[in-house]
Design a protein around this ligand. Structure first.
Ligand code: ARG
Length: 268
């Protein structure tokens, strides 16, 4: 098994422990212990590369009251952000902040806005059951640019390449990224996705990823955008681990909710 190196910061204790394990058991053990066998690809999201807000000005992330990034989001109007329902419910609305215009979490670039209202799809229970969509109205105006929301389901033709963006983990069980990352993933057919996930609902979900795995969204990317060009086609929802073979990422099927999103952003 090849030695796997992860980019980004790792706590010293982890580095020291990893070095010790490597010394004792060899590089194969490090791969297994530190990242799991499926996380062979480097870069992030998992298997992606650094992306820019100049190219994707609608991408935002959410932080909690401790300032910790916990999800992604996407600007859908001058004062509203779409995200996953499971993200909006993870932190109490008064403690959610939307960070816009900050590519690197370690900087103070851009701005941080509080949320005046969180609309969560009324049928949402958990990501695996669908309807994983929420719209956050922020206090003030978002400096970024709104994405356009797909309405035509042609975008879901199997094999169509889309880009997923986020600040989440760079490997299954690994560290979150300091930078915005992006990865290109092909849309997966409903029948293939249904084989991967028994709870798959083609009315409210869509899958994207590679049969062989290696490239995917991961924990912390939830709520973030899957785009084709400047058009939003999905919102990161769930997956079995990250980047595993036969387990594509599952996204909220945005075309189903385009009307609802428009309604929730009206006048906002
Ligand atoms: N639920 C995860 C989160 O909270 C995101 C899951 C996406 N996983 C995947 N393998 N595509 O951030």
């Amino acid at each position: 098994m090849p030695k796997t190196r992860l980019p980004g910061r790792r706590p010293n204790a982890v580095l020291a422990a990893a070095a010790l394990v490597t010394a004792m058991l060899g590089a194969a053990a490090l791969t297994t212990v530190a990242t799991g066998p499926e996380a062979a690809a480097s870069g992030a999201i998992v298997g992606g590369e650094k992306a820019s807000l100049a190219e994707h000005p609608y991408a935002v992330y959410l932080v909690d009251d401790a300032g910790t990034q916990f999800c992604g989001g996407v600007i859908v109007s001058s004062s509203a952000v779409a995200t996953a329902a499971h993200c909006a419910e993870a932190v109490s609305t008064k403690d959610i902040r939307v960070v816009v215009g900050r590519e690197d979490k370690r900087t103070n670039e851009g701005s941080t806005l509080s949320v005046s209202k969180a609309w969560v799809h009324p049928d949402f229970e958990k990501a695996e059951e669908g309807d994983d969509i929420a719209v956050l109205t922020v206090r003030g105006r978002l400096p970024g640019r709104a994405v356009s929301v797909a309405r035509d389901t042609d975008v879901y033709a199997a094999g169509t390449k889309a880009t997923v963006l986020g600040w989440g983990r760079v490997a299954d069980g690994g560290d979150r990224s300091d930078y915005l990352r992006g990865a290109v993933v092909p849309m997966v057919s409903d029948s293939t996705c249904k084989q991967a996930y028994g709870s798959y609902d083609p009315a409210s979900m869509v899958c994207a990823g590679y049969q062989q795995g290696g490239i995917d969204a991961c924990k912390g990317d939830s709520g973030g955008p899957l785009v084709i060009g400047d058009t939003l086609v999905g919102i990161v929802s769930f997956g079995d681990g990250c980047a595993k073979p036969g387990k594509p990422g599952v996204y909220t099927r945005v075309t189903t909710f385009a009307g609802t999103i428009a309604q929730q952003t009206r006048g906002r």
